[in-house]
Design a protein around this ligand. Structure first.
Ligand code: CDP
Length: 205
């Protein structure tokens, strides 16, 4: 059985939580594609050429605990504008998406570029202020020294870069189901996502 769920949206909108819950619910595999760009960004910060790093990326690179910092997030969105970096990561993502047993991929361009044929597409978003508050709480819980204003600035800068780039810009696919989580509890966002995928699975959508 081949079934791809594409989940796109801006930074800290809740894609990760929703994607993991959808994958668990349906028994699908899950790939957080942001980690690929974060791993390339981390290697660039360590002095490597971004394209060479993307071409040489290995599963071990994705296991580093340091990929969740704000510096690495900013580096990820900088390397993500480089067409050769994106090209180096396409085959792996497509292979994962079409692997047997069902797959959930979350990112920025899954429903538009990586997997336009995905059986189910979601676009998960929330206001920049709410997203900044969520990311701030996450970072503080992890012991990072950040301010809410600084995190909001990072979120807005990353939105501008992700939506404004020429190659695979962040946007909702025409056939994606929009889920705005600004006023939703986590469990409501998860329930809405599962319901939207269920409609496509049963051929009702
Ligand atoms: O977790 P968060 O939403 O903050 O970020 P992420 O999903 O880990 O992605 C980090 C950065 O990688 C994004 O700001 C994008 O610039 C880039 N990215 C991308 O260009 N395409 C993807 N499919 C996934 C991430």
């Amino acid at each position: 059985m081949i079934f791809t769920v594409a989940i796109d949206g801006p930074a800290a909108a809740g894609k990760g939580t929703v994607s993991r819950a959808v994958a668990d619910h349906f028994g699908f595999r899950h790939l957080d594609t942001g980690l690929l760009y974060r791993a390339v960004g981390a290697r660039m910060l360590a002095g490597e050429d971004a394209v060479a790093a993307a071409e040489a990326l290995s599963p071990d690179d994705l296991r580093s605990p340091d990929l969740r910092t704000q510096d690495v997030a900013a580096a990820a969105s900088r390397v993500a504008v480089v067409p050769e970096v994106r090209a180096a990561l396409v085959a792996f993502q497509r292979g994962f998406a079409r692997s047997e047993g069902g797959a959930v991929l979350d990112g920025r361009d899954i429903g538009t570029v990586i997997c336009p044929e995905a059986e189910a597409k979601l676009y998960v978003t929330a206001s920049p202020e709410i997203r900044a508050e969520r990311r701030f709480a996450e970072l503080v819980a992890r012991g990072a020294e950040v301010t809410l204003a600084g995190v909001l600035e990072d979120v807005l800068a990353r939105d501008a870069r992700d939506m404004g780039r020429a190659e695979a810009p962040l946007r909702a696919a025409g056939d994606a189901t929009l889920i705005d989580t600004s006023d939703m509890a986590v469990e409501d966002a998860v329930a809405a996502a599962i319901a939207a995928v269920e409609v496509r699975r049963s051929g009702r959508g």
